[in-house]
Design a protein around this ligand. Structure first.
Ligand code: MV4
Length: 505
């Protein structure tokens, strides 16, 4: 393998590009009309235009991407996450066109992509699954019978699903019929497959996932867990590792379950095995994510292992060189997803031009972003603009560093989730680790109140005070010749010293 085509954009395209460089491989990227001036395009050895901004006409266009791989002279294709990453047809098409697909074999991908198939297989292998049907059902009667046996509430899920689409909670028999119709039609339009099944609804649970690496030659390791319970509407907002809910015994047990899942499905590549964990510490297998995930840096920070590099080595046919005994997670890592949404307006999308950008750094801080000052965040793609990861020797130190980094982080021109994360880092329940998948919804009222409270207009107040001081000084805006510092800056500093601008509370 010499050249890898990165079939993605944004921060993950940049992350894969960097792994290529570290391995001495040549990165090539594809780009849509909207991404012509992006950082991955600037840094790659080759960049191929694949079409207009809408993803359906560019990043989701299999033919265009294969043509780009040929034109770039690539030997392999890395799909990143999202877009075509978990599409078995794409994995197959890459292989058929003679490119190494940096992911699982199409067959294993298809198997884990079918939730009912995966459940059946795992149950057979002794992996605990959520109580429920092991077949798709097309008649209401099957669901009614299951619900009477298991008791309400139940949850209907799309067999081809994931990410909450085609899901319906049913709390009483009277809601069953319309929920069934809704789940079916949503599954059909989202996945082209109207297969639906049912499970008992688990409440007050945590989302805990295990990172694995498998070489497809019989070697597989687990790299510990990530807790992803802080989410809103199936969008993860904060991930961390380890989870406060796991002791050494449960950690080992879940790691072994994850490896059982990998072996049972013939999996190869980096992968994630998702579990729900109930209040009594019982894990239930949910699904497999057959890709590198957004939150993979959490695991990289605590294990020191470069997961993207491992993906590439595995795809190149190298046997796994990491032994289970040598994996010793150290410290704590937390990731905050910086999203172009306004947390003060119900997380409304906030596209726009990046007027100014100041990226945090310093001990224990890692930032994954492809954002550049002057660039426009559009509505065409996922609104994730940056990932801020903080590492500490323990959870408290990781939180303290995250707080410091969030205060340094400036993205002006758009609204982002930075202020939301800043409030979470000060929340007593979060600090105590008392989180589950409902935590964010429950905490949002108090977090929003804090967002709207004093301090929120500090930046505007600082600008106003600097402006007032400047007008008082009666100076012109132009910097004087030979004076490297703008009079704006000098007047702003004077205003600060005179106590007109209060430092942030
Ligand atoms: C569940 C569940 C409770 N009980 N299944 C959400 C996405 C999809 N992958 C499965 N999901 C869930 N399945 C049963 N039987 C709760 C969820 C769920 C959830 C899971 C993980 C993280 C966040 C979540 C948010 C809402 C619902």
């Amino acid at each position: 393998m010499k050249r890898i085509l990165i079939a993605n954009r944004g921060e993950i395209a940049l992350r894969v590009l960097r792994a290529c460089r570290d391995l001495g491989l040549s990165p090539a990227v594809v780009y849509s009309d909207a991404d012509r001036d992006s950082l991955p395009v600037r840094l790659a050895d080759a960049a191929v235009a694949i079409g207009p901004a809408p993803a359906a006409e560019s990043y989701l266009n299999i033919d265009a991407i294969l043509e780009a791989a040929r034109r770039a002279g690539a030997d392999a294709v890395h799909p990143g996450y999202g877009f075509l990453a978990e599409n078995p047809k794409f994995a197959r098409a890459c292989a058929d066109a003679g490119f190494v697909f940096i992911g699982p074999p199409a067959q294993a991908m298809a198997l884990v992509g079918d939730k009912v198939e995966a459940r059946r297989l795992m149950k057979k292998r002794g992996v605990p699954v959520i109580p429920g049907l092991t077949e798709r059902a097309a008649d209401l009667e099957t669901f009614r019978k299951f619900a009477r046996r298991a008791g309400y509430p139940i949850i209907l899920k799309a067999a081809a699903g994931g990410g909450g689409k085609g899901m319906r909670v049913v709390r009483a028999e009277g809601e069953l019929e319309s929920a069934f119709r809704g789940a079916r039609s949503e599954a059909k339009s989202a996945f082209g497959d109207d297969g639906v099944y049912a499970e008992k609804l688990l409440e007050n649970v945590r989302h805990v996932e295990i990172q694995v690496l498998a070489d497809g030659k019989g070697l597989a390791v687990h790299l510990g867990e990530r807790e992803c319970s802080v989410q809103r509407r199936h969008q993860k907002l904060i991930e961390e590792g380890p989870s406060v809910a796991l002791g050494p015994k449960l950690r080992r047990a879940m790691g072994e379950l994850a490896l059982e899942v990998v072996k049972a499905s013939g999996y190869r590549n980096a992968g994630t095995v998702e579990f729900l964990l109930d209040g009594d510490g019982n894990p239930y297998f949910m699904e497999v994510n057959a890709r590198i995930q957004v939150e993979h840096p959490v695991t990289e920070m605590i294990t020191g292992i470069d997961l993207v590099r491992a993906q590439i080595a595995i795809a190149a046919g190298e046997p796994l060189s990491i032994r289970q005994e040598s994996i010793k997670p150290r410290g704590w890592a937390i990731e905050c997803r910086i999203i172009a949404e306004d947390p003060e307006q119900g997380f409304r999308p906030s596209p726009g031009r990046i007027a100014a950008l100041r990226v945090p750094a310093g001990p224990g801080i890692r930032v994954e972003t492809a954002l550049q000052q002057g660039e426009t965040v559009s509505l065409y793609y996922d609104p994730l603009v940056a990932k801020l990861i903080a590492w500490g020797r323990d959870r408290a130190e990781a939180i303290a560093r995250m707080r410091r980094a969030l205060d340094e982080f400036l993205i002006s021109g758009i609204r982002t989730t930075i202020p939301f994360h800043r409030q979470v880092m000060d929340d007593a329940e979060f600090a105590a680790g008392r989180i589950d998948i409902g935590w964010c919804d429950r905490a949002l009222p108090r977090l929003s109140a804090a967002l709207a409270g004093p301090g929120r207009d500090a930046e505007a107040a600082a600008i106003a005070a600097a402006l007032a001081a400047h007008l008082e000084a009666g100076r012109t805006v132009a910097a004087e010749p030979g004076n490297a510092v703008s009079p704006w800056v000098l007047d702003g500093r004077r205003a600060l010293m005179q106590g007109r601008v209060l430092p942030r509370a």
